[in-house]
Write a protein that binds this ligand. Structure first.
Ligand SMILES: NC(=O)c1ccc[n+]([C@@H]2O[C@H](COP(=O)([O-])OP(=O)(O)OC[C@H]3O[C@@H](n4cnc5c(N)ncnc54)[C@H](OP(=O)(O)O)[C@@H]3O)[C@@H](O)[C@H]2O)c1
Length: 269
């Protein structure tokens, strides 16, 4: 991996632009990247970063990697123009939700090198987490290349295959929405105990984001962190008794939610 690989980004929307910002921040040269997007505004945004963009496939650009970042229902149509590149030399890194490696193999043939990724929204500020899975023929160099492209927007974990991708979608893909709901609920509870809405929202947001950052920075097991801030008979314990209850109320609710999301992800695939 040289850091000079030619990257063809198909789809320069929200996630595509987040990736571009990450790659540039990582020191990748703008001239090693080309973006295809039919949307004029997306192309303008890309060009404002100093990167070339076109509405269709560029004539003279032989990519080492095609990064596919279009909506899932547009994947099949978008890939029509790149079938000749599915020769195992160019790796296809796709982040379209729900589309399996087997789906791409059916479309492009078993000789296509495919890496499937599932990032999440915090990638747009470089704080995402992406799960990656590769088809059998992707060699270590191409795996490293895909990993470095996703690491530009956050952490990366590898799965042995993409069988657990629906579960990833249910945990870290949809997960930011669960945390946003927690912020909303904590703010609403703060209003009920007497705060103005603005102050309630500030307290809730800073508490959730600060606790997450603290848990990440400390590297300590969250259960241990919780014990450290829970004095016997104190205020935190009073609240946790409600949240945990005799039957682990919050845990079973979240478990049900994650299972519902995984089920839906399988249905949509
Ligand atoms: N956003 C997230 O947090 C997130 C998380 C995980 C996975 N993903 C996946 O990432 C993918 C992109 O999501 P997004 O939120 O970035 O979507 P988006 O903002 O709609 O961006 C997609 C872009 O692709 C363009 N496009 C459509 N057809 C194309 C084609 N044939 N060739 C090239 N470009 C084409 C779209 O143009 P038009 O607007 O003209 O159609 C749009 O500018 C999705 O598959 C999604 O499942 C996103």
């Amino acid at each position: 991996m040289s850091g000079r690989e030619a990257i063809l980004l198909v789809g320069g929307g929200n996630m595509g632009q987040a990736l571009l910002r990450g790659w540039l921040a990582d020191g990748r040269a703008p001239e090693t990247i080309h973006v295809v997007d039919p949307d004029g505004r997306a192309r303008e945004a890309v060009e404002s970063l100093g990167i070339k963009a076109s509405p269709g496939r560029p004539d003279s650009f032989r990519p080492d990697v095609i990064v596919l970042a279009v909506k899932p229902h547009l994947v099949e149509g978008a890939l029509q123009d790149y079938r000749d590149l599915a020769d195992g030399r160019t790796v296809l890194l796709t982040i379209a939700a729900g589309k399996t490696i087997a789906f791409y193999q059916g479309l492009l043939g078993a000789g296509a090198a495919i890496v499937r990724g599932m990032p999440n929204t915090p990638a747009s500020i470089g704080k995402g987490i992406t799960a990656l899975a590769a088809s059998d023929i992707v060699d270590p160099d191409r795996q490293r290349l895909c990993e470095s492209l996703m690491a530009a927007v956050g952490q990366v974990v590898w799965l042995e295959d993409d069988g657990l991708m629906d579960a990833v979608t249910a945990v870290s893909g949809s997960g930011p929405a669960y945390v946003f709901l927690l912020i909303e609920c904590l703010a609403a509870a703060a209003v009920k105990v007497g705060f103005e809405r603005d102050l309630a929202e500030r307290l809730a947001l800073a508490t959730v984001s600060g606790a997450g950052a603290y848990a990440m920075a400390s590297g300590t097991d969250p259960a241990e962190l919780r014990r450290q801030v829970t004095s016997p008979g104190g205020t935190t314990q009073a609240a946790l008794e409600v949240l945990i209850g005799d039957s682990g109320a919050l845990e079973s609710l979240l478990s049900e939610a994650v299972q519902a999301a995984a089920r839906r992800s399988r249905e949509l695939a």
